[in-house]
Design a protein around this ligand. Sequence first.
Ligand code: MG
Length: 385
Amino acid sequence: MPDTGIAIPAGLTSDLAIVSIDSTIVDVPTVRRHKLSQTSVTAQSYVIVELRLANGAEGIGEAATLGGPRWSEESVEAIKANIDAYLAPALIGLRADRPAAAGARMDAAAKRNNAAKAAIETAIFDALGRTLGVPAALLLGGVVRDRVPVLWTLASGDPGQEIEEAEGKLEARLHDTFKVKIGALTPDTDLARLRRLAAALGGRARLIVDANQAWDETTALRCLPVLADLGVALVEQPVPAWNIAALVRLRARAAVPLLADECVFTAHDMLAVAAAGAADAVSLKLVKHGGLLGLRQVASVAEAAGIGLYGGCLLESSIGAAAHLHAFAGLRELAWGCEHFGPQILTDDLVTEPLRFEEFRVHLPDGPGLGVTLDRGKLRRYARN
Ligand SMILES: [Mg+2]
């Protein structure tokens, strides 16, 4: 361990040592089928990390996936295996007040595995915050906002059902921006579906669209002007993640802003997208950026390039959503709000006090660390055997 020259009382030093890291796979049913271009789920699978310090403090974190290793290369089975065999052993004995050092150790122990690393780093911030009696957001620089506008995703593929679902959310004043998942159907079927949604909801709600890499450049070139005419506010990852050059060409011709998602995992990716001029906004996600510190690093590169920030999700439960809210709370600008509706699409929650959703916003939970408490009964109920 390098000598920092800072004198830390011996008691505090040993008390903050990480003594155990446990991981559990859970499967929590969703209220309806959620269809993306490449996958479809009726239950959300997470790895829940429980980390303990010598002082008795406990921290929790969550790694979310979407339908196995289809959205990215990580699956819950691989996440758990790599945490247990490589990432946890690398951190036992390290002090929890050194999350950046923990990140360096994890990077030395395993390439990528960003969702796994994010879950552990989240648990470190939670345990440290609980020890010091301060929220994780304070450890990241303090709060600019304590609530964030939150959208809802329409992803059943049935426009009649989707209009009814959106009307319910508007009526309850929960969500007034809707992200439509496209790409599982043909482009023309999706355009017809979007015409119906825009006609039904236009003027009362904002629509954005996520193709999850489904289109090629030719299809995107044909469809983007239609989306612009329908008043779609933002189009997310229309083409494959590798095709940065296509995003640049589409952005030059499209009258609708483009949101980078699967093409930006690391700060290096963000720099490349910014340098190419390939996006108007970027979706920030712990599973991509390897943790709260990594998320803030990607956000900094985007901010430096004048690229707007969007608080992305992978259908996290209240644990992962709370972690994101702590990372988002300290951003100076979060132009596009967030999409942490995940806890509301699950039939049950994993924490004792669910997150607060009201007036089209989700609230940063109060209290030390993440501000949410794991319900161990629920963890056992949904744990995979
Ligand atoms: Mg996306």
